[in-house]
Design a protein. Structure first.
Lengths: 217, 215
């Protein structure tokens, strides 16, 4: 009886201590996150916050949210991202959107507008031209790949391909990096729709300051 | 039992190696490296009590809130072609606009090149003009296959910008348009075109120096 009581007491104390420690870690992480965001919010311009815990991507300026996207699902591989400001180095996609060229003389703006006002394709770069599958590359081997939830055939096929590569390429990449005593982080964001994925591609600019918050739980 | 020789054996060995590497990779991911980078949750966290951390977090959140733009300001979503007049966190007005086309214009036989994007970032209203005059830049002539004129008067255009214009630097304006049917599409040379009626309200509300956020 005494033995079982002391065992229960030990378990309760251990549970309470671990809860206390975890709470402190959570608060400390939040603390570091606020400090990092404060440093960004003091600078004029916009910045991005990818909050893996809350499953959101926010475009902010001066601490205020200008646009927020919800992430449907997320998963990660490799080391957790350090809580620091990253610069988005580049975006990559299977088919990058191309800027249309204007031919001088042929493209008088007024006639162009009049001629094309009823047609759908204006020969300009718009949100619908952005890719739905792409990767955002940050420094220190941190990569974020974005894909949408979709019912269309080709994007679904690409999603399947991405899932297969997640389970086959990443273990090999892990081994390759471990042999070179390096680490990497791969995060996958699944957006609720193709339009959301395209909006993320549109909104992220090269050199965009980004904070990736990946809480420990 | 038949012995496996030649290329089938090589294939089996290669497949075995691949599976082995995959398993080692999975092993490193699961057991090998710590999920948390060093120094993230170590001593510094241990030095403070949850209560101290909570009050520090509240103070940091307060500092962040204090930085937020107050009063009236403009937000432009270039992807959706929308302009929002904001009053703090409240949307005062939502307007359909036209933003930059992203097109490229290269001067034939010259070295100049223009990309017609609406600039993104943080700006301020630097000028408020009634019946604005557009001083046509070189690209406006080159695009039409003409030579930019030497005579300044030939660059004056009193019609294209509509009744009002809000300047936000480097020759970019939020202005009216003759092409209202193209509102909602990316067709401009970088300026933000607004329908005349909406523009009148935006012009009346937004003061000089008000912030403009474009993304």
């Amino acid at each position: 009886m005494l033995k079982s009581s002391s065992l229960i007491l030990t378990l309760v104390v251990a549970g309470a201590l671990s809860g206390y420690a975890q709470e402190r870690v959570d608060l400390y992480e939040k603390n570091r996150f606020f400090e990092a965001e404060l440093s960004l919010a003091k600078i004029p311009g916009t910045y991005m916050i990818i909050d893996i815990g809350e499953r959101t991507v926010s475009l902010k300026a001066r601490g205020r949210v200008l646009r927020k996207w919800t992430i449907a699902r997320t998963r990660s591989w490799g080391k957790s991202v350090p809580l620091k400001v990253f610069k988005m180095e580049k975006k990559s996609a299977l088919s990058q959107p191309e800027r249309p060229n204007i031919t001088p003389g042929k493209e008088d703006q007024q006639t162009r507008d009049k001629e094309k006002k009823d047609s759908f394709d204006l020969g300009v770069l718009e949100l619908k031209d952005m890719p739905v599958h792409f990767s955002l590359h940050f420094g220190q081997n941190v990569h974020i790949s974005v894909k949408p939830r979709t019912k269309r055939f080709w994007p679904t096929l690409l999603n399947v391909g991405k899932t297969i590569s997640w389970h086959t390429i990443l273990p090999l990449k892990t081994l390759w990096f471990a042999l070179r005593n390096k680490s990497f982080t791969e995060i996958e964001l699944v957006m609720p729709s193709e339009k959301d994925a395209q909006a993320i591609y549109w909104s992220f600019l090269d050199g965009h300051s980004t904070l990736i918050f990946q809480p420990s739980r | 039992m038949a012995k496996i020789k030649g290329w089938p054996l090589a294939l089996i060995v290669l497949a075995g190696l691949l599976v082995g590497c995959e398993l080692i990779g999975y092993g490193i991911e699961i057991f090998g490296w710590s999920r948390k980078p060093a120094g993230e949750t170590g001593r510094t966290a241990a030095m403070k009590t949850p209560k101290e951390l909570q009050s520090q977090n509240a103070s940091l959140a307060g500092q962040l809130k204090a930085l937020a733009t107050r009063g009236l300001f403009i937000v432009v979503d270039t992807a959706e072609n929308r302009l929002y007049v904001m009053n703090g966190e409240k949307v005062q007005k939502e307007v359909v606009v036209s933003c930059g086309s992203g097109d490229i214009l290269e001067e034939t036989g010259g070295n100049r090149k223009w990309i017609f994007d609406t600039p993104r970032g943080e700006f301020s209203v630097t000028s408020k003009l009634v019946n604005p005059t557009w001083i046509k830049p070189d690209w406006a002539f080159i695009e039409e296959g003409e030579k930019p004129p030497a005579d300044f008067n030939e660059r004056i255009d009193n019609d294209s910008l509509g009744a009002y214009a809000l300047g936000f630097g480097d020759g970019f304006f939020i202005h009216g348009t003759l092409y209202t049917r193209l509102l909602g599409r990316n067709v401009t040379h970088g300026c933000v075109r607004v329908g005349d009626k909406d523009l009148e309200e935006v012009f009346r509300w937004v003061p000089m120096g008000a912030k403009i956020y474009i993304y």
